[in-house]
Design a protein around this ligand. Structure first.
Ligand code: ZN
Length: 233
């Protein structure tokens, strides 16, 4: 019994440190230079627009998430527009899991392309799908993956899930827009952690010649153009 209490205590400590990392957080606090148009979309409006897209995406592309409890919330950032996570409280106390998709309303004020927004939401739903299909205890392993040194593999694999479901071209449109709408100092990190437009083109070209290569990439996630070109079985 004492062992179990100790174990639970240990779990709480681990989560207290690890949990924030499960929510994608590459936020750059500086909000300087934010255009006035950022004020035009309210939090409620951003939530409503995101909810509509999430519902449609689940219907079209993520039937596995039909009964998942997904809440949409807002956050503010100069460099991030969407994040995902799950309720740590529910995770710890064993109640039904609840997942979060968080939206930065500026994404709508800054006119991100609609296909791009749909694609990045398909990426966030790929995270939710990952949380949803894992047994609770294995979520701890997923948190480890979300930590910094694993971020690029973790995020690129999540991109692959969105690509597998038909959102590769949308991801490219999103990244082209994103690179124009983040502070210059965040660009290198975005290019490292997620597929760039050039890499997405290389993926599309390679798949037309060799469709099964996608499954290989899930096992060995390409971290750059070189690794994309040199994929072998
Ligand atoms: Zn992600």
């Amino acid at each position: 019994m004492r062992k179990r209490v100790l174990l639970r205590g240990l779990l709480v400590v681990i989560l207290a440190f690890a949990a924030p990392s499960i929510i994608e957080q590459n936020a750059v606090a500086s909000a300087s230079g934010q255009p006035c148009s950022a004020l035009l979309v309210s939090n409620d409006d951003a939530i409503r627009r995101t909810q509509v897209l999430v519902e449609q995406l689940i219907k079209d592309s993520y039937p596995e998430l039909t009964n998942a409890d997904i809440q949409v919330q807002t956050f503010a950032s100069a460099a991030d527009y969407f994040r995902s996570g799950f309720s740590v409280k529910r995770f710890l106390f064993g109640s039904k899991m609840r997942y979060f998709i968080r939206v930065n309303p500026r994404v709508f004020a800054l006119n991100a392309p609609e296909a791009g927004v749909r694609a990045i939401l398909a990426h966030e739903l790929a995270h939710v799908y990952d949380f949803h299909r894992r047994k609770r205890i294995r979520l701890l392993g997923l948190m480890r993956l979300a930590m910094k040194s694993y971020t690029a593999c973790f995020e690129r694999r999540t991109d692959l899930q969105a690509i597998r479901r038909g959102y590769g071209a949308g991801l490219k449109a999103y990244r082209l827009w994103l690179y124009q709408n983040i502070p210059a100092e965040s660009l290198a990190e975005k290019r490292r952690n997620y597929f760039s437009p050039e890499e997405l083109d290389a993926i599309a070209a390679r798949r037309t010649q060799q469709p099964e290569v996608l499954e290989y990439w899930f096992k060995r996630v390409p971290r750059n153009l070189q690794e994309l070109h040199h994929a072998t079985h």
